[in-house]
Design a binder for this molecule. Structure first.
Ligand SMILES: [Zn+2]
Length: 355
């Protein structure tokens, strides 16, 4: 059984996506452009054209994955989603068609791109309609600054979502920068442990010190809650060229991954998507990706590695079949049984999947 632990499905992002109006939805996307700058392709790399959150720059989306805005008199764009998107949507029907085409049996939907309450209903609907093909994750607003009543409400939402047998995990349920190792978070980690729901952590795409600190916090949490399964997504996500001040060599991941309840997502080659930064390392089959995975494999073994494509975003770099073939054809340091574990066996075990 081949399981992709990182897929997305979403309704048209040109609509409200569950926010009160289209403008509120657009504001969320505009606010993230600075964080995404120089990773995704843009028609300029000059930072003075980055729109500030809430700045009136006439932000809009087109049919083929691009964000557009106007700043200092210049028409700017970012290829935020791949050009295969029509009407800024990625339907479950499209996702299933791509899974069928390359032979992927199940996709784990990682949360994202929608207002989170709306999204829980959307994912419940999709997993209800395709129970054999999709597994859902949910996200929460476990923001300790909002007080204990709010947190109780979020735990209640988690319990309700988890009553759906197709929901088998959660994706990054807390805002960045909070003390996740403090007792404020114990009820959350305890509940996830009791429910048997793995947590996908989003640790990268931030300054190195913050990234390293978050890894330390996760190590503390996973040590304190040995029944909680933690998955580091997006290759850790702080992949930077050697010359960048935020560069790390990947060894910082080892203290977390050596814990028996920690897992790592393989296949996020979008880390290397921008030619302007990566030059020859931008080319399939992504030698730096192979080097990182081999280093982790040599240290913690193949049982902790889970293949995930980040479809449809993957199409900003390579095809779905190529992403699968990274493991199948290009990881020559692995035996066939080990490849099977990474491509589905490990996911089947930790998400309790039936074939
Ligand atoms: Zn994703």
């Amino acid at each position: 059984m081949i399981v992709d632990v990182h897929v997305h499905v979403f309704p048209s992002l040109k609509e409200t996506a569950g926010y009160s109006d289209v403008q509120s939805n657009y504001a969320v996307h505009q606010g993230k452009i600075r964080r995404l700058w120089a990773r995704m392709k843009t028609n300029t790399l000059d930072e003075r054209y980055i729109p500030d959150p809430n700045e009136d720059v006439g932000f809009r989306m087109d049919d083929y994955g691009k964000f557009h805005w106007t700043k200092h008199g210049k028409e700017c764009w970012m290829q935020r989603f791949p050009a295969v998107l029509k009407n800024m949507e990625w339907t479950p029907e499209q996702m299933v068609a791509f899974m069928d085409e390359v032979g992927v049996d199940k996709g784990i939907i990682q949360s994202g791109y929608m207002e989170m309450n709306f999204e829980r209903d959307y994912i419940a609907e999709v997993t209800g309609k395709w129970p054999d093909r999709f597994i859902g994750t949910v996200t929460l607003d476990y923001d300790v600054e909002k007080g204990s009543e709010h947190l109780k409400g979020e735990i209640e939402k988690l319990r309700r979502a988890a009553a759906n047998p197709a929901v088998k995990g959660v994706y990054q349920v807390f805002p960045r920068g909070q003390a996740i190792e403090s007792s404020d978070f114990d009820p959350l980690w305890r509940e996830l442990s009791n429910l048997g729901l793995p947590h996908f952590f989003f640790v990268g795409f931030q300054p190195k010190d913050n990234y390293l600190y978050l890894l330390k916090q996760i190590e503390t949490v996973l040590t304190k809650f040995p029944d909680l399964i933690g998955i580091i997504g997006h290759l850790g996500g702080n992949i930077r060229p050697l010359s960048n001040c935020d560069y790390t060599d990947g060894k910082e991941l080892l203290p977390v991954l050596r814990l028996p309840n920690a897992y790592f997502e393989v296949g996020y080659v979008l880390a290397y998507e921008n030619w302007a930064l990566w030059k020859e390392n931008y080319e399939y089959p992504y030698p730096l990706h192979t080097k990182l995975i081999k280093m982790l494999y040599d240290d913690v073994g193949c049982e902790r590695l889970l293949w995930g494509s980040d479809m449809p975003n993957l199409y900003r770099t390579c095809t779905y079949r190529q992403c699968l073939d990274l493991v199948r054809l290009h990881f020559d340091f692995l035996g066939d049984d080990e490849k099977d574990l990474i491509l589905g066996g490990n996911a089947a075990r930790i998400f309790c999947l039936k074939s």
